[in-house]
Ligand binder design. Structure first.
Ligand code: MN
Length: 206
């Protein structure tokens, strides 16, 4: 049985970027729904005893199906919700310095590949803004430590391509519509101010 993850911050802590009302729906209703659906779907199946990531990988090999959609959405949202921190709501000027101290290995690799953290942020935001329809933009690591940005539609997660997910922005409308309506690019731009780079460094260093 899978359980809904707890949020590692108060529901008001990410405002105004992500409101408590959005979290009520996004975490309390959407993610809870995926958890309930998956628990029903895997009962008595070959997936019943598998860890979440294994279910995502195993069910991704067949045509899109409810087990993949629901397990993928749980994995995606667990990574998404656990990457934010109210303490990260820092001033734009100090932000990149703060990133270098919170995530030294990851920042160094980003700077090596993109030239600067700002250039990376711009490309990542743009990939999220231009993803057509519902999906996720990801930063992932390859086995050699190099990084890659990918756009994934629906419930897909880069683990299905052998990549290790580090950072993700949810571009399904349910993630931002209550707070930003149609202004997806403005929402994505604001997400940088609440990122917990220590958590990202942990994922990159694992
Ligand atoms: Mn979502």
């Amino acid at each position: 049985m899978f359980k809904l993850i707890d949020l590692p911050y108060d529901k008001e802590a990410l405002e105004p970027v992500i409101s408590s009302r959005t979290l009520d729906f996004h975490h309390g209703k959407h993610l809870q729904g995926y958890v309930d659906n998956l628990n029903k779907l895997i009962q008595g199946s070959q997936y019943e005893k598998m860890p979440l990531e294994e279910i995502v990988k195993a069910s991704a090999t067949t045509a899109p199906n409810p087990v993949f959609n629901n397990s993928g959405q749980i994995l995606n949202h667990n990574l998404y919700f656990q990457q934010f921190s109210p303490a990260a709501a820092n001033k734009q000027d100090a932000e990149n310095l703060a990133i270098e101290s919170a995530a030294p290995k990851l920042a160094k690799q980003i700077e090596a590949q993109w030239g600067s953290i700002d250039a990376f942020k711009e490309e990542f935001t743009n990939k999220g803004a231009t993803l057509f329809g519902s999906g996720w933009v990801w930063l992932s690591a390859k086995n050699d430590g190099s990084l890659q940005i990918t756009q994934e539609t629906g419930a897909n997660n880069p683990v299905t391509k052998g990549l290790r997910p580090i950072l993700t922005f949810d571009v399904w409308e349910h993630a931002y519509y209550l707070d930003y309506q149609n202004r997806r690019p403005a929402h994505l731009q604001a997400l940088w101010s609440i990122l917990n780079w220590k958590e990202l460094e942990k994922r990159y260093s694992e």
